[in-house]
Ligand binder design. Structure first.
Ligand SMILES: [Zn+2]
Length: 88
């Protein structure tokens, strides 16, 4: 190892945050597992056990009800369109 590479290593080592080899990851679905992380605990909304991509389920991950709101707006627009056509 030459001198430049060596000093570079020391600098990087100083800015490294604490590394947890067994950080506990907890998901809202109840699944939990351990990973290496700089955080001792991680909380997830979705994980590999409940994400639609992994489960193969066709469902929306829609916690805020945005899909329902969009559907309601779409229905409203359709109604307005019908009323317009009836007036002609
Ligand atoms: Zn999950």
């Amino acid at each position: 190892m030459n001198l430049i590479a060596n000093s570079n290593y020391i600098m990087k080592d100083k800015i490294h945050p604490k590394y947890y080899k067994k950080a506990k990851v907890t998901c809202v679905c109840g699944n939990s597992f351990e990973v290496g992380s700089t955080e001792p605990e991680i909380h997830l909304d979705v994980c590999s056990a409940c994400h639609p991509l992994y489960t193969g389920e066709h469902r929306f991950v829609d916690t805020a009800g945005r899909v329902d709101k969009f559907k309601a707006r779409l229905d409203k627009a359709k109604k307005l369109q019908k009323e317009k056509n009836q007036k002609k």
